[in-house]
Design a protein around this ligand. Sequence first.
Ligand code: NDP
Ligand code: OXD
Length: 308
Amino acid sequence: MTFLYKANATRGLEWARHFAARAPELPFRLWPDVGDPAEVRYLAVWSPPENIAATFRNLELVFSVGAGVDQFDFSQLPPHVPLIRMLEPGITESMVEYATMAVLALHRDLVHFIAQQRQQTWREIRITPAAKRRVGVMGLGLLGQAVLERLKPFGFPLAGWNRSLRSIEGVTCHAGRETLPDFLAQTDILVCLLPLTDETRGILNTGLFEALPRGAQLVNVGRGGHLVEADLIAALERGLLSSAVLDVAEQEPLPAGHPFWSHPRILLTPHIASMTTPETAVEFVLETIGRHRRGETLPGRVDRKRGY
Ligand code: NDP
Ligand code: OXD
């Protein structure tokens, strides 16, 4: 019985160390050192290998090394094997930091000031009080809620949009497609923290940008597939949006020559908003294996029909 890890190799060595300390009885293997595939009971991956079902015939659990699971083709996973997304505090904490940084950067016009510095331009932009800058978060799951909680002390009017209705103190919550225009009309800084599914692919598009107040700003920390990239460029040109912070792109790494590299009103980071922390990830994985062996419910189990 082995545990197989297939993701960032450097962090994999850390996983191996924590496994050796916490569960020496469970052999831990780092891809591509698979050993006998029939021995693999637990698989933790970022990009899934091909033919999972045929190769690993005795799989019991598959873990996503990240919070998102859109990289999986569910039809390639044996139907009886639970897919578990990563629930560990390092992901939440780093996302909360990043989203707060991005909202504050947009609120205080940092993207414009960076562009001005490059042009050696010394020009004030009048400060907008936080109380007049409305921040809206799409996706009120684990991360969206944690981000809103951390934003509260700054004094922004806060709102959220979600599939099912949430009740969050100090946050105006909207639910369902029909409420989206209303939510957008009252959002100056929009943060996307949705999972990528058939329903949410391409949701950040011209129609959505037109529904925001003119000159609104965007933070995309969900997935590149949420954003129609050409629509963003056009929205910036048309003044529908004034700037954007993007941590994700349709194609990663972003290809050479892509307009995002040099756009003066886009601040781009290489999908680093969150990073899974090996120590707490191993703790979560071992706890989940224990629960699975005891036949208990599994936190983070993905609902394949919903897609997240
Ligand atoms: P959760 O599963 O906890 O939350 C997802 C939320 O989105 C739920 O509240 C869900 O509503 C809502 N939702 C799903 N589909 C729709 C829809 N069609 N319309 C409206 N709301 C919808 O996920 P997390 O908060 O943990 O993570 C969210 C995403 O963040 C991940 O899937 C991943 O893509 C991204 N991410 C990005 C990282 C980065 O480094 N850039 C790092 C980590 C995550 P309901 O519960 O009502 O169904
Ligand atoms: C994740 C990510 O899903 O890092 O955890 O994007």
